[in-house]
Unconditional design. Structure first.
Length: 148
């Protein structure tokens, strides 16, 4: 089953900061979509966002840039500072960039960190509507590859 427009709409609402719409759309997903396909879409969005943000002209960010990003992300929101374990967030980014291994985490905790990191990167980059759609389509394509 491919990633659906409905699943992309859930992520779009989340990334636009429309919590009510995000929750409304999330409730409409069936359990298989909510537990398998949507997390794959979020994981793909995490990969896309982190690679775009932390790799510039083939240069991978150093540890201090990763630490600074996570610290700033946690400072921006009281909610993020409570939700995000900085060691886990940093290790997730390092693992993705091939600079270390991710520390052990429950899938739900990892998922929560992925969505907060994606939202922080998208928010900081201030995508235009067209850029957000391109980002979502790229994440969708990658998610479909990951699910094969």
């Amino acid at each position: 089953m491919p990633i659906t427009d409905e699943q992309v709409a859930v992520l779009r609402a989340q990334l636009k900061g429309n919590r009510a719409e995000h929750l409304r759309l999330m409730e409409q997903l069936d359990s298989n979509e909510a537990n398998e396909y949507y997390p794959a879409l979020v994981a793909a969005a995490f990969i896309e966002a982190a690679e775009q943000y932390f790799i510039k002209d083939g240069e991978v960010a150093d540890d201090s840039q990763i630490i600074d990003f996570v610290a700033q992300m946690r400072e921006r929101s009281d909610e993020s500072s409570d939700l995000i374990n900085p060691s886990l967030a940093e290790s997730m980014i390092r693992d993705l960039l091939g600079k270390g291994e991710m520390i052990d985490a429950e899938p739900g905790v990892k998922f929560g960190h992925q969505i907060v990191i994606v939202a922080a990167i998208v928010g900081e980059r201030q995508f235009t509507p067209a850029e957000l759609e391109a980002f979502l389509q790229s994440a969708r394509s990658l998610a479909e590859e990951l699910l094969k």
